[in-house]
Write a protein that binds this ligand. Structure first.
Ligand SMILES: [Zn+2]
Length: 368
C-alpha cells in the first residue's frame, strides 16, 4: 500500500503545478502551446520519464512519455491521457493569478487539467518502485476545442494499452467518472440579403437578426438530457450594410439515444433555406462497460483502504475519455483533484483533495 505523499513531495508537486499554471496555454495559441508542451517534457524528463514522440504524435500537437523504471518494467502499459491546453487566453493570469488562499489554489487551468497532470506525475513518482508495468502519459493540446487533431493518436495509443486513466477534475462530490454523454458540435450559418443600412435597412435581410432569433429559439429548447449552447458568434463587416452572413458555433450534449433523436428533431425543425446547421466534431457517448466497472471497483477498494470517499458517476461534459471508453478500452476518468469554477475567472482546486487523490492514483497504477 502506498501511503499519502509527504509534505515535501506534495510541496514539490504544487510548485510544479505553479509552473504549469504560469505557462498559459490556450488551445488556439500555437506559440503558447509549444512552450507549454516543452515545459511538460522537461518536467516529465526530470521525473524519470523517457520522451518518445513520433512524427505523427508531433504533427498532431501531442507527445508521449513512458516511465519504465530504467527498463525494469514490461507488459502492456497503462495510459494516462492528459491535455495541456486550457480555455483561458494569455493574460488570464492577471484576472485569476496563481495564488493559494487557505485550501483553495487558484489559476487558469489549475483544475482543468493542470492540477490533474501534476497529480498524475506525483502518483507515478510515488508508485515508481512498486509498478508492475510501464506507465505512459499522452499529452495533447487540443482537447478544449474538440480533439480533432489528436483523436487518432489518442485512440492509437489507447489500443496499445491495458487501460486508460484520465486526470480530468473530480466530480463535485469527489466521484470518479465511468461514462460520459455524447457531445456534438455544430456550425450555424445564417444567410441574409445586403442593403445600404443607412438608406433603408428594411429592404435588406439581416443575417445577424436571423441568427439571433435562431439562437434564442434553439437554446430555449435546451433540456437536461439534451443541452444546447451557443458559445461563439460572428457576422457582418460594415455597420452601414445590412449583414449578409452570420455564423455561430453550438455544442450539444445528449445523454442517450432517445435524447439524441429529440435533438435531431429540434435541429431539423430549425433548419430553413437561409439557416443551416452543420454537424462538426463529435465525441461519442461512452457507455460504461463491465471492464470500466472492474477498473472502478479496483479504485473503490483502494479508496476504502485509504478512507477516501468516491462514487461512480456519469458525466455530462466530454473528455478524451469518450474516445477510449467508446472503443471499449477500460477507462477511468475524473481522477484529478476536486475543485470549482473550471472554465471561469475563479477556477481553483481544493488542496485537501490533492494529497489523498495522488495516493489513490498511485495505488491504482500499482494494482492494475
Ligand atoms: Zn479537461
Amino acid at each position: 500500500m502506498i501511503d499519502f505523499p509527504s509534505r515535501d513531495q506534495t510541496n514539490k508537486a504544487i510548485e510544479r503545478l505553479r509552473r504549469f499554471v504560469e505557462c498559459e496555454s490556450p488551445s488556439y495559441d500555437p506559440v503558447a502551446i509549444a512552450d507549454g508542451l516543452e515545459l511538460v517534457r522537461q518536467e516529465l524528463g526530470a521525473s524519470g520519464f523517457t520522451i518518445i514522440s513520433s512524427l505523427q504524435d508531433m504533427e498532431s500537437g501531442t507527445f508521449f512519455a513512458e516511465f519504465n523504471d530504467s527498463g525494469r518494467l514490461s507488459g502492456r502499459p497503462i495510459l494516462i491521457a492528459c491535455h495541456f491546453d486550457t480555455v483561458h487566453p494569455v493574460g488570464e493570469l492577471s484576472i485569476n493569478p496563481w495564488r493559494i488562499e487557505g485550501d483553495r489554489c487558484f489559476g487558469p487551468g489549475v483544475l482543468d487539467m493542470k492540477g490533474g497532470i501534476a497529480l498524475a506525475i506525483l502518483a507515478v513518482e510515488l508508485a515508481s518502485k512498486k509498478l508492475a508495468r510501464p506507465v505512459r502519459i499522452l499529452m495533447t493540446s487540443d482537447e478544449e476545442i474538440g480533439s480533432a487533431r489528436s483523436r487518432e493518436r489518442i485512440e492509437a495509443h489507447a489500443f496499445e494499452s491495458l487501460c486508460v486513466l484520465v486526470p480530468e477534475p473530480a466530480r463535485e462530490n469527489g466521484g470518479l467518472v465511468v461514462g460520459r454523454h455524447a457531445v456534438q458540435r455544430y456550425e450555424l450559418q445564417a444567410k441574409g440579403m445586403p442593403f445600404h443600412a443607412g438608406r433603408d435597412p428594411s429592404r435588406g435581410q439581416s443575417a445577424i437578426n436571423l441568427l439571433a432569433r435562431k439562437i434564442v429559439s434553439l437554446e430555449g429548447q435546451s433540456r437536461p438530457d439534451a443541452s444546447i449552447s451557443v458559445g461563439v458568434i460572428s457576422g457582418g463587416q460594415w455597420v452601414n450594410c445590412v449583414p449578409e452572413k452570420a455564423n455561430a458555433e453550438m455544442i450539444c450534449v445528449t445523454s442517450d439515444v432517445k435524447s439524441r433523436e429529440a435533438l435531431r428533431a429540434i435541429i431539423s425543425q430549425e433548419q430553413v433555406e437561409n439557416f443551416k446547421i452543420i454537424p462538426g466534431l463529435e465525441r461519442p457517448a461512452w457507455v460504461s462497460s463491465v471492464k470500466d466497472h472492474e477498473l472502478y471497483s479496483l479504485a473503490s477498494r483502494v479508496a476504502s483502504e485509504l478512507r477516501i470517499k468516491i462514487s461512480p458517476e456519469i458525466s455530462g461534459g466530454g473528455s478524451d475519455g469518450n474516445f477510449t471508453g467508446a472503443l471499449g478500452i477500460p477507462t477511468l476518468d475524473g481522477l484529478g483533484p476536486c475543485g470549482e469554477g473550471a472554465h471561469t475567472h475563479s477556477e481553483h482546486l481544493h488542496l485537501s483533495s490533492f494529497v489523498p487523490r495522488a495516493a489513490l492514483f498511485a495505488n491504482i497504477l500499482c494494482r492494475v
